[in-house]
Design a protein around this ligand. Structure first.
Ligand SMILES: C[S@@+](CC[C@H](N)C(=O)[O-])C[C@H]1O[C@@H](n2cnc3c(N)ncnc32)[C@H](O)[C@@H]1O
Length: 243
């Protein structure tokens, strides 16, 4: 566990990434191609496409909730869980009012739910339910999901295999599990012996006993660190159907 995600700088970085990262001006000094923009939306859209039922969805490690808002356009109910209280507080403010303001800037969730303009939209009743929680210790009564999405979470966990095993209690036969990972294994988060390396074979050996692999895809994205610096990453995406 880490408090890396509890700083104001990280909050602004993730609010920009989730709610302004669809715009070519995301990186003001260099116009970015569409293929690296809108990462939370692309992850959510891929999850929607692979799901066969669109009742309940879980966005695990949701950060400030951009992908959860996109999922909420297609699923009846969406639960977003993150370990960071400040991320969840910001996501809840966006779900309740549509807007989150800092002293310097404001962000709105309306582009993610297809609304423009001010005011609370009718979509509020379908806003995601954001909760602080630990992906490695999900509450027993969390529910059973038609889709579970984990974007860039696995390599931030102390025991990713245990987390995947814990999800078994929260899915049914036919559920989809969608995993995006930059494969940036780091002992600051995951002890060497728990890292899933090489990632695709390790995921196959953990998941193939109870899931079918539906698709493997690359997910390039750019995360802006500040206006003159950005990180380019190609996440590994895998989509699985629970047998
Ligand atoms: C690299 S960020 C990815 C966020 C988001 N899914 C995205 O793709 O932009 C990792 C997120 O996982 C959260 N996180 C880390 N450990 C967690 C845990 N044990 N349970 C739930 N969330 C966790 C962090 O707070 C952070 O929001």
């Amino acid at each position: 566990m880490t408090d890396k995600y509890e700083t104001g700088e990280l909050l602004a970085q993730y609010l920009d990434f989730h709610f302004q990262g669809e715009d070519a001006a995301y990186l003001p000094h260099h116009s970015l191609p569409n293929s690296v923009l809108a990462y939370p939306r692309r992850c959510a859209d891929w999850t929607v496409r692979h799901a066969t039922r669109h009742g309940l969805a879980l966005d695990l490690g949701c950060a400030v909730g951009g992908a959860s808002f996109v999922l909420s356009r297609s699923f009846k109910e969406v639960v977003g869980i993150d370990f960071s209280r400040q991320f969840i507080d910001a996501a809840r403010t966006l779900a309740e009012t549509g807007v989150f303001r800092s002293s310097e800037k404001e962000w709105t969730c309306f582009p993610m739910i297809g609304k423009t303009g001010n005011g609370v939209s009718d979509d509020r009743k379908r806003a995601p339910d954001f909760r602080v929680g630990d992906a490695c210790a999900l509450s027993k009564d969390l529910g059973v999901f038609d889709a579970v999405m984990m974007a860039n979470l696995l390599c931030r966990l102390p025991d990713p295999a245990a987390c995947l095993d814990g999800i078994r209690k929260h899915v049914h036969s036919g559920s989809v599990i969608v995993l995006m990972t930059p494969c940036s294994w780091d002992e600051a988060f995951t002890p060497k012996e728990k890292q899933l390396v090489p990632t695709l074979p390790a995921l196959k050996s953990l998941l193939e006993p109870w899931c079918d692999l539906l698709e493997v895809r690359d997910f390039p994205f750019v995360l802006r660190v500040h206006e003159r610096r950005a990180e380019y990453t190609v996440a590994l995406g895998t989509a699985w159907r629970v047998r």
